[in-house]
Design a protein around this ligand. Structure first.
Ligand code: MAN
Length: 553
C-alpha cells in the first residue's frame, strides 16, 4: 500500500516537472512577470540570479529548490521565502503575491494560477466585470468633472484678469492715499511738536509756581512764628485796642476760614468747568464766542475769591459787600476808613484789623497762598477746548482717518498680490477653490479644508488649526498644510490632502496615521485633467482587451 502511494507521488512529481520544463521551453514559466520573462528564457546562456550572486542552468528555475538569495530562481514555487509570484488574471487585473502563498491551498489569484490546476475557479471575468463597471462610472464622473473643469479654467482666466485690473486700481489709489496720509502725518507731527514744546513750557512754569508756593508757605510759617512771639511779649489790651486779634481765637478762626476757602475754591473750580463746558456746547452749536474761556473762568473765580487788595471775610461773595458796608452806615466800620489800619474780616462779630506794617494773620496768608495756587491750577486741570485745541484734535483725527484708509488699501493690495502669486494648478483650474472650505464629519470631529488658506479640526464650538497653506507636493497632486496648532508633547499639527478627480468637491478618508499628522483625500473637478481622462480610458481599453484575451483562451 505504502509502495503504491510512493509510486503515485512519484508520478505526480514527474508530471509537474515535465509541466514546468515544458513551460520553461515555451516561455510561459509559472509565476513569471511577462516584463521579466526575457531574463528567464535567454537562449544559450545560463540563468543569473537578479542580484547577480549566482548563475545556473535553466532547469534549476522553479525546481522547488531555492538557489538565489533574492528568490529570483523560484517565482513559481514557495521554495524561497522572498520569491514573487505573478498572476496574469486575464479578464481582470494582474497581481503579484508573495511566493509563500503559492500552493498553500488558498486561492489568492482570481485566475487560480497560484494553486495547482483544478484547485481554484477562474473568477477573473466576474471580478473584471465589477471593476469595469466601477471604472466606467469613474470615467463618466471624470468626463463630467472635466467639463466642470473647463468652466473652472474659464473662471480662472476671468478672475486673474480682474485681479490684475483691480491691483492696478488699488496701486494707483494706494499711491494717492500715501500722499494724503504723508501730508496728514506731517501736519499731525507739527501739532505734536507744538504740543511737546507747550508741555515743556508749562512744566517749567508749573515748577516755578510750585517753588514760589513753597516759598510763600515758608514765609507764612515764619510770619506766624513772628506774630506768636510778638503776642507773647505784648501786655493784654482792652477791646478798643487797634489790634484786636486774640491769637488763640485767630488760629482757630484761621483753621475754619481756610476750610471755608477750600470749599469756595472747589465751588469755583466747578464753576470754571461749567464755563468751559458751556463754551464747548456753544462752539458745537456754531455760536460765536467772544470770551476767552480762561478769562471767564478767572472772572467767575474772582466772584468767589478776592484779590490781595480785598481780603476775604466770612460769607465772602455776595455777603462780602454787606460785611464792609453794613446797613450803608459808614460809621458801622469806621476803622475801615482809617489809613493806619486795614480791615481783614470779622471774628465773632468783632472786626479784625491790622496795621499795614503788621504781618497779616497766619490763616490769611496760608489761605491766600492756597487759593492762588488753586486759581493757577484750575484752568490746566480741566482745560476748556478752545478753537486751537479743536483744530489740533481735527488734525490728529484726519491723520488717523487717512492712515486707516491707507492700511485698508495695503491689506487689499497684499491679498490681491497673494492671490496672483498662488500656484492654482495647470491652467489655474483650482482657482474656484480659493474661497471655499470642504468639510467632512469623521467621528466626533468636523474636518474643514480651505485650499490655499488653512485646515481645521472642529469639535463642537472649539476648533484646532491643522495647518496653514504651504503649497503643493508630489507633482501637484497633494495639498500641504503645515505649522498648525502645537500637539502636546508632539509636533505642530499638519495635514496633506491628496486631490483626485471627481464630479464635485468632497473630503473623504480623513485619517490621523501619526499623532497630530493627518491625511485626507479630496475629490474635485479641478483634478479631472486630460491626462487623468486618458488614463481612465486606457484602463477601460485594457479591461476590454482582457475580456477578449480571456474568451480567446
Ligand atoms: C486632539 C485632537 C487629536 C489629537 C490630540 C493630540 O484631541 O487634535 O486629533 O490626536 O489632540 O493630543
Amino acid at each position: 500500500m505504502v509502495g503504491r502511494t510512493l509510486w503515485v507521488a512519484g508520478l505526480v512529481l514527474l508530471l509537474c516537472t515535465q509541466q514546468l520544463s515544458a513551460s520553461a521551453v515555451t516561455g510561459t514559466l509559472r509565476g513569471v512577470d511577462p516584463a521579466l520573462a526575457e531574463r528567464y528564457t535567454s537562449k544559450g546562456s545560463s540563468f543569473k540570479c537578479f542580484d547577480g550572486s549566482k548563475s545556473m542552468p535553466h532547469k534549476r528555475i522553479n525546481d522547488n529548490y531555492c538557489d538565489c538569495i533574492d528568490g529570483s530562481d523560484e517565482p513559481g514555487s514557495s521554495a524561497c521565502w522572498n520569491g514573487r509570484f505573478y498572476c496574469r488574471n486575464r479578464g481582470y487585473e494582474p497581481k503579484v503575491v508573495n511566493s509563500s502563498m503559492v500552493d498553500d491551498g488558498i486561492c489568492d489569484c482570481c485566475d487560480g494560477t497560484d494553486e495547482q490546476p483544478g484547485k481554484c475557479m477562474d473568477t477573473c471575468l466576474e471580478a473584471g466585470a465589477a471593476a469595469r463597471a466601477e471604472l466606467k462610472a469613474r470615467t463618466a464622473a471624470a468626463v463630467a468633472g472635466a467639463r466642470v473643469r473647463d468652466g473652472y479654467i474659464k473662471r480662472a482666466k476671468i478672475a486673474r484678469a480682474e485681479w490684475d485690473a483691480h491691483l492696478k486700481r488699488v496701486d494707483m489709489k494706494h499711491a494717492e492715499q500715501k500722499k494724503k496720509a504723508d501730508a496728514a502725518k506731517a501736519k499731525k507731527e507739527a501739532v505734536e511738536a507744538a504740543e511737546k514744546q507747550e508741555r515743556e513750557v508749562r512744566e517749567a512754569r508749573e515748577k516755578v509756581e510750585r517753588e514760589e508756593r513753597e516759598k510763600a508757605q515758608k514765609e507764612a510759617e515764619a510770619a506766624k512764628q513772628l506774630e506768636e512771639s510778638k503776642l507773647s511779649k505784648v501786655e493784654p489790651q482792652d477791646s478798643d485796642s487797634v489790634t484786636s486779634v486774640a491769637s488763640s481765637g485767630a488760629d482757630q478762626a484761621g483753621a475754619v476760614d481756610t476750610q471755608n476757602l477750600a470749599d469756595e475754591v472747589a465751588a469755583a473750580s466747578k464753576a470754571a468747568n461749567e464755563v468751559a463746558q458751556q463754551q464747548q456746547q456753544e462752539q458745537a452749536a456754531g455760536q460765536a464766542q467772544e470770551l476767552d474761556p480762561d478769562e471767564e473762568a478767572k472772572q467767575r473765580l474772582a466772584q468767589w475769591v478776592h484779590s490781595s487788595d480785598e481780603p476775604p471775610v466770612e460769607g465772602a461773595g455776595e455777603g462780602a459787600e454787606e460785611a464792609t458796608t453794613a446797613g450803608g452806615d459808614e460809621s458801622a466800620a469806621p476803622e475801615a476808613q482809617d489809613d493806619d489800619v486795614e480791615y481783614v474780616g470779622e471774628e465773632d462779630g468783632e472786626e479784625i484789623l491790622i496795621h499795614p506794617n503788621e504781618p497779616a494773620p497766619s490763616w490769611w496768608s496760608k489761605g491766600k497762598a492756597w487759593v492762588l495756587s488753586k486759581l493757577q491750577r484750575a484752568p490746566s486741570s480741566s482745560p476748556p477746548e478752545d478753537a486751537e485745541t479743536a483744530a489740533r484734535t481735527a488734525i490728529k483725527a484726519a491723520f488717523t482717518k487717512e492712515q486707516n484708509k491707507l492700511t485698508e488699501l495695503e491689506r487689499e493690495k497684499q491679498e490681491l498680490e497673494r492671490k496672483l502669486g498662488l500656484d492654482l494648478g495647470p491652467e489655474g483650474a483650482f482657482m474656484p477653490l480659493i474661497d471655499r472650505c470642504i468639510e467632512a464629519n469623521v467621528d466626533k470631529y468636523t474636518y474643514s479644508v480651505c485650499p490655499f488658506k488653512d485646515a481645521h479640526q472642529k469639535d463642537g464650538g472649539a476648533q484646532t488649526k491643522l495647518g496653514g497653506w504651504s503649497g503643493w507636493e508630489s507633482n501637484g497632486s497633494v495639498m500641504s498644510f503645515t505649522n498648525g496648532q502645537g500637539c502636546w508633547n508632539g509636533p505642530a499639527r499638519s495635514i496633506t490632502v491628496t486631490v483626485v478627480c471627481g464630479q464635485d468637491e468632497a473630503l473623504m478618508n480623513v485619517l490621523e496615521p501619526n499623532r497630530c499628522e493627518y491625511i485626507a483625500t479630496m475629490t474635485t473637478p479641478a483634478a479631472c485633467t486630460p491626462a487623468v481622462l486618458s488614463a481612465l480610458q486606457g484602463d477601460i481599453t485594457r479591461g476590454e482587451q482582457d475580456v477578449l484575451d480571456h474568451t480567446e483562451l
